[in-house]
Ligand binder design. Sequence first.
Ligand code: UT7
Length: 331
Amino acid sequence: MSKDFKVKVLATGMAVPEKILTNFDLEKIVDTTDEWIRKRTGMVQRHIADENTAASDLAYEAAKNALQYANMEPKELDMIVISTVTSDYSFPSTACLLQEKLGCRDIPAFDVSAGCTGFIYGITIAKQFIETGYYNNILVIGVEILTKITNWKDRGTCVLFGDGAGAAILTRATKSDSSFIIDTYLGANGKVAELLIRKGGGSRNPISKKVIEQDMPFLEMEGNKIFRLAVKAMGDSAEIILKKNNLTGNDLDWLIPHQANLRIIYATAHRIKLPKEKVIINIQKYGNTSSASIPIALDEAIREGKIKRGDLVMLDAFGAGLTWGSVLFRY
Ligand code: UT7
């Protein structure tokens, strides 16, 4: 595959709503305990959007943040890719709404639906456009407001999710740049799509009284089956991309896994023989923010001075679809 240009992560940003929901708050809503949630997931609290906040609002804050770090004006962007399953509307896309909010030129803007793997899909798409020389600067965002499609009567799912947005600006790197995306890897398996699904509100089950009565507008998940598939897919994906690039876990400075469950995170690190100290973990603060979890963790780790320019970083995710994928890059 010919690549005319290298691509790098120029800057990142993030945003979460102010309101925090703790495990103790959840004890008052469903039959659960702080102890169960901590032990089974590693989560302690999550941020929750208020009724006036939609995906494009959080995306806007994260984008402004990233543009500021990049020292870039919105008019310099050539494309916007947003990963979300909780867009403001079914259509138009959240990316188009963001393009207007930011005051960009009439650049292409679209959403990607790949569940929690969406940010990895977004980065992979954006990378192609820069590698070929088609565009220079692309804004990629993962944003989710899953708490608005959460069934607060279902303890198996309602304790898991939080809201947030993470952004990255990808740009063309010079040949000698020590920062560049090395490779990406994507996968999907639609055979098990129903294990993690929102059945209502689309063209299969349009909103009706019956659909609402059957709780279809809410997210449904067979948690334990998803758990086992996630451990395998995230481990496989990490191993495949390392092997393809003649690397091992030993070579990595950092792993940023999707923050769905601390046990899945540790299983993934164990699979590639990576010590826990090299894994970026913030699940205790934000819960599972789906496609926002990796860009939020990336931005935080950069801000905290953990990830430095030139470090070898792997992003690794798994989500609805089912989908999975990894990105290997030197920050
Ligand atoms: O982000 C993309 C994909 N999502 C994921 O990757 C999430 C993957 N799944 C998971 O993280 C875990 O499966 C969960 C955290 C959702 C559940 O943990 P688990 O260890 O798989 O538990 P389980 O579903 O097998 O349930 C074990 C028990 C059940 O009770 P019984 O039947 O053993 O009496 C559940 O009813 O735990 C019960 N349970 C709860 N108890 C207290 C389920 N949810 C809760 C809860 N509080 N919130």
